[in-house]
Design a protein around this ligand. Structure first.
Ligand code: JJW
Length: 448
C-alpha cells in the first residue's frame, strides 16, 4: 500500500457549466443562446434533449451547494451564462441575471468554497450568432464588454477566472466537425472562430489587468495526448497534428505570440490561414496566471488522407472504454502535462477530468466502481506530476452531477451525483463518497 499525499494548499473541486445544469432557459431575463437553438433543432441532440430544465440548478443551487459541502470540496468551477447577463450579447445589461450569480457566489463563499469562474462555456447569445457569431470580429468587443461587466461586478468575490472553456471545441468541434453548436463544417470558419476567440481572450485579459481586478486569470484548453500507430513520419505527423490542434494552436499564440508553424503550414497547404489583423498577435499574447487543463483520454493515431481536417484517424487498440466510448488510459494525463512544460512551469489546474459511466440507481445506491477506478488512476497521475516538481495546483472532477452532455443529451452521465431527470432527485454515487474521502484526507491510497 502506498499513500499519495497532496500539497496542503491543493485545490480539490468539481466542475459544471451553465447550460448543462441551470435550466430556467427563459427565466430571469435570460436571452436565447446558440445551444438553445441547436438543442431545439431536430437531429442535433440525442433524443431531442435540451437544456430547458437540465438539473434545474437555477432554482436548486442551494441544494447543490449543500452537496458540495457534504463532498468537502474547497473549490467549485462553474460558468456564467452570458445571455443571462447581456441577453442580446452586446446590448442592455440584465440586472436580474447579475443578482442571480451574486446570490449563488455569496452562498458558495458562505460555505467556504472558492468560486472558480469560466466566463464562456459555449453558450453564445443567439443574437450575436445571427450576425456571424465568432466568425464576426464584432463578437470580440462584445465578449470584452461582457467580461468587463463581470470583472467589475464580482471583483473581490471571484478570484479565479477562466476566459474560455475548451477553445478547440468552440472552434473545431463546432465549426469544422460540426457536432456542437452552431454545427458548421467549414475549416476556414473554424480558423476564423479560433482566432477571434483568442483575440477576445487576450483583450479580456488586458481589461482584467487595466481594471486592477484582485485575482488570477487564464484559459482552459481541452488537451489531447496521442501516440503514432507506427514509427512512420506520416503517422507521427498525424499524432503531432492531433496534439497541436487542441493545445498548441491556442497556447502558442498566448505564450509565444505566433501559431505553431507545422500545423499552420498544414492548414495553409489547403488554402486556409487564420484571419490575422495588425495587432492581433500582440493582443492575444497577454501574460496569464494559469491554465486549466481538461483531460479525458488519449489516442493512437495514424495518417489517413481521408481522415478529416487533420488527415488523421484514431486507431482502436482495444483498451477498456467508458460508456461514451473513450479509451481509459491515465498515462496521457502525465504525458500531456509534461508536454505543456515547454510553456514554462506555469500554474496548472486540472479543470476537468472524469468518466462517463452510465450506472443507474439500484436500491437507492449507484455502485459506480468503474468511475472510482478511473478517478483513482488519474489522480495517481496528478500526484506523479506534482512529485516531478510541476506546478499542478488543483483537480476538479467533471462533474459534480449528471447533466446535459451536449450532443449526447442526458444519456451520458459524468456526475459524482446521479440525477433523476423526471424528479430532479440528486443521489450521491459511491464515487462521491470515495472522492469525499480523498478530499478530506488530502491523500489517496494506492495498491502499489
Ligand atoms: C464524429 C466525430 O465526433 C467527434 C466528437 O468529438 C468530441 C470530442 C470531445 C468531446 C468532449 C466532451 N467533453 C466533456 C465536456 N467538456 C466540457 C464539459 O462541458 C463536458 O461536458 N470533453 N470533450 C465531445 C465530442
Amino acid at each position: 500500500m502506498t499513500i499519495f499525499q497532496f500539497p496542503k494548499d491543493f485545490k480539490w473541486g468539481t466542475a459544471t457549466a451553465a447550460y448543462q445544469i441551470e435550466g430556467a432557459a427563459q427565466e430571469g431575463g435570460r436571452g436565447p443562446s446558440i445551444w438553445d437553438t441547436f438543442s431545439h433543432t431536430p437531429g442535433r441532440v440525442y433524443n431531442g434533449d435540451n437544456g430547458d430544465v437540465a438539473c434545474d440548478s437555477y432554482h436548486r443551487y442551494e441544494e447543490d451547494i449543500e452537496l458540495m459541502k457534504e463532498l468537502g470540496i474547497n473549490t467549485y468551477r462553474f460558468s456564467i451564462s452570458w445571455p443571462r447577463i447581456i441577453p442580446t450579447g452586446d446590448g442592455e445589461i440584465n440586472r436580474e441575471g447579475l443578482n442571480y450569480y451574486h446570490r449563488f457566489v455569496d452562498k458558495l463563499l458562505e460555505a467556504g468554497i472558492e468560486p472558480f469562474c469560466t466566463l464562456y462555456h459555449w453558450d453564445l447569445p443567439q443574437a450575436l450568432q445571427d450576425v456571424g457569431g465568432w466568425e464576426n470580429r464584432r463578437s470580440i468587443d462584445a465578449f470584452v464588454k461582457y467580461s468587463e461587466v463581470m470583472y467589475r461586478e464580482f471583483s473581490g468575490k471571484i478570484k479565479y477566472w477562466l476566459t474560455f472553456n475548451e477553445p478547440w471545441c468552440i472552434a473545431f468541434l463546432s465549426n469544422v466537425i460540426g457536432v456542437h453548436a452552431p454545427g458548421k463544417q467549414d475549416l476556414q470558419a473554424g480558423l476564423d472562430v479560433a482566432h477571434h476567440v483568442l483575440v477576445a481572450h487576450g483583450k479580456s485579459v488586458s481589461k482584467f489587468r487595466e481594471l486592477g481586478i484582485e485575482g488570477k486569470i487564464g484559459i482552459a484548453p481541452n488537451v489531447a495526448w496521442a501516440v503514432p500507430y507506427s514509427k512512420s513520419a506520416e503517422d507521427q505527423g498525424a499524432a503531432d497534428r492531433n496534439i497541436q490542434v487542441y493545445s498548441d494552436w491556442f497556447l502558442d499564440p498566448i505564450y509565444k505570440g505566433s501559431y505553431p508553424k507545422p500545423l499552420y503550414e498544414f492548414f495553409e497547404q489547403s488554402g486556409h490561414v487564420p484571419p490575422i489583423q495588425e495587432g492581433d498577435m500582440e493582443a492575444i499574447a497577454q501574460p496569464i496566471d494559469h491554465i486549466g487543463i481538461n483531460y479525458y483520454a488519449m489516442s493512437v493515431n495514424r495518417f489517413d488522407p481521408n481522415g478529416g481536417y487533420l488527415q488523421m484517424e484514431e486507431v482502436d487498440m482495444g483498451l477498456t472504454k467508458t460508456d461514451i466510448g473513450w479509451p481509459i488510459e491515465s498515462r496521457g494525463l502525465y504525458e500531456v502535462i509534461h508536454y505543456l512544460q515547454k510553456y514554462g512551469n506555469i500554474d496548472i489546474y486540472i479543470t476537468e477530468n472524469g468518466a462517463c459511466i452510465n450506472d443507474d440507481v439500484v436500491n437507492g445506491k449507484v455502485n459506480d466502481i468503474r468511475r472510482i477506478a478511473y478517478l483513482q488512476q488519474h489522480i495517481a497521475q496528478v500526484h506523479r506530476v506534482i512529485a516531478d516538481g510541476i506546478n499542478l495546483k488543483g483537480y476538479m472532477a467533471w462533474s459534480l452531477m449528471d447533466n446535459f452532455e451536449w450532443a449526447e443529451g442526458y444519456r451520458m452521465r459524468f456526475g459524482l451525483v446521479h440525477l433523476d431527470y423526471r424528479s430532479l432527485k440528486r443521489t450521491p454515487k459511491e464515487s462521491f463518497y470515495w472522492y469525499q474521502n480523498v478530499v478530506k484526507n488530502n491523500w489517496m491510497e494506492t495498491r502499489k
